[in-house]
Design a protein around this ligand. Structure first.
Ligand code: ATP
Ligand code: MG
Length: 464
């Protein structure tokens, strides 16, 4: 669907509400005939929840990313609702709902696979402090924020103006508390309130700024952008599990390449992948940058064509340069295979200090790395066995990426592409050629890794 006319409609609106766009005191109300958000573009289940809340006498609004995305002609990921009903009251209204969250209770209303999240209006940070129910730690970070508030207060605690538009089910108008409409039209990401204070309260907002800029193609407004470089180090205080979730949102939402470039530009990448960032800074021939860009592009393309993506591949690729560095060092002390295992552990142990990596993923990441050497051994039955390995596809895709980034793997990727596309007869021919090459290498005194063999000297025959 294309919202022809959104620009003119929003422009008309802006000239009418110009007096109201500068602060958060009262909302600019954009009536239904002045905005393009039609109920046809809203999930039926979200509409059901809104109507039921309203007929039970509560205020109910659609808010956040869904309204922003509809205005931008994007398909919303999910529909979030804000209301003055308290969680228990919401829960009572919907049999198909569950109360979730410990710190701040929310209600999830389930409709098959679709979940509509319903949250009670929360007070802004300042009124929370007054009531003693919110707290900040020594560095100004919000560690508790569990006070209910009014819709105005709810708007002031949101992050960006574009995320603070409220669609009212009572008259289908949009309530704009912070020039969100104007900023959406100008493709500007503007923090609500004082950006320094807001980053201090929650440093993840810096990552969110980059994520929305990458996803929406918005530019980050000067005052919102300016403190990021200085304040980036606050991300070191964020729990690693939350940063893992943010990595997934940054790199698995179809805008990985833009996200990577912006994270680097704003000095944020190093708080997500510290060792990779360090290597990128010494990356003279640009190999690491090309590898990461190729990974991001590949992920973006898969998402656009509705193919599944997994964090396994992403982490395997981003951390590979560090694994290789450790591997070179470890090979001085032990044979290549255990050296690679050791290198994998070292790289992962260090990464989990920044972002958590759930065990089900880290095991698979190590398998992809391990297969990078095993895919070189194609003799005997090995090629057939490797092609059946559950991680073969990811490992093979990663070989192709390494080659795409400029690594010379002596035609390994092409060999495996041909092998998979061949019939049994051809496969056998390919394997026996690999056998011969292997034999030639051995007779030249080199082992499979091209290293000299350290044969034990034969015991001299002794006469008995
Ligand atoms: P997406 O399409 O990526 O889900 P979204 O805007 O819906 O984008 P969510 O993370 O789902 O983002 O959050 C929903 C809304 O909650 C946001 O639009 C914003 O108003 C508010 N919000 C979320 N996280 C924060 C935060 N850290 N600080 C302030 N407001 C936040
Ligand atoms: Mg959302």
């Amino acid at each position: 669907m294309v919202f022809k006319g959104i620009k003119t409609r929003v422009k008309n609106l802006l000239s009418r509400s110009a007096s109201q766009d500068s602060d958060l005191n009262g909302p600019a109300v954009i009536t239904r005939d002045n905005h393009p958000v039609s109920r046809k573009l809203i999930s039926n289940n979200a509409l059901k929840v809104l109507y039921r809340l309203e007929s039970a006498g509560f205020q109910a609004y659609l808010v956040g990313g869904c309204i922003r995305d509809v205005l931008l002609d994007h398909k919303p990921k999910d529909f979030d609702i804000a209301t003055n009903a308290h969680p228990e009251q919401i829960h009572k209204l919907f049999r198909n709902s569950r109360l979730i969250g410990r710190r701040f209770k929310l209600v999830h209303v389930h409709f098959g696979r679709e979940i509509i999240e319903v949250a009670t209006f929360r007070a802004g940070h300042q009124s929370e402090q007054k009531s003693n129910k919110s707290a900040t730690n020594d560095s100004g970070m919000l560690v508790r924020d569990n006070v209910y508030g009014t819709v105005e207060e709810d708007a002031s605690r949101r992050d960006f103006t574009a995320n603070a538009l409220y669609y009212s089910i009572s008259d289908f108008s949009i309530h704009d508390y912070g020039q969100g409409m104007k900023d959406i039209q100008a493709k500007t990401l503007r923090m609500i309130g004082d950006p320094r204070v807001r980053y201090q309260e929650d440093p993840v907002r810096m990552l969110r700024a980059v994520r929305f800029a990458a996803k929406l193609g918005f530019s980050i407004e000067e005052k919102t952008k300016e403190p990021i470089a200085d304040m980036a180090s606050l991300l070191a205080n964020i729990p690693s599990a939350r940063l893992f979730d943010e990595v997934l949102k940054l790199f698995q939402s179809g805008h990985a390449e833009n996200s990577f470039n912006l994270l680097r530009e704003h000095g944020l990448f190093k708080f997500l992948f510290p060792e990779t960032d360090e290597l990128l800074n010494q990356d003279d021939d640009g190999y690491i940058e090309r590898l990461i860009q190729a990974t991001c592009r590949n992920t973006d393309i898969r998402i656009k064509s509705n193919k599944p993506v997994t964090p396994i591949f992403l982490f395997a690729s981003f951390l590979w340069p560090k694994v290789v560095q450790h591997w070179q060092e470890q090979k001085q002390f032990m044979p290549p295979i255990p050296a690679l295992t050791k290198a994998s552990h070292l790289a992962l142990d260090s990464q989990v200090k920044a972002t958590a990596i759930p065990r089900r993923f880290s095991t698979a990441i190590k398998e992809i790395w391990d297969l990078q050497t095993r895919l070189e051994r194609r003799n005997g039955r090995k090629a057939y066995q490797l092609a059946e390995h559950p991680r073969f596809r990811a490992a093979y895709d990663f070989v192709l990426l390494r080659e795409q980034a400029g690594e010379d793997l002596k035609g390994l990727g092409t060999w495996w592409t041909d092998f998979q596309n061949s019939d049994d007869h051809l496969k056998q021919k390919m394997v026996s050629r690999a056998n011969n090459q292997d034999r030639n290498k051995r007779s030249s005194g080199k082992n499979r890794n091209g290293q000299s063999r350290n044969r034990k000297p034969r015991k001299p025959k002794t006469d008995t």
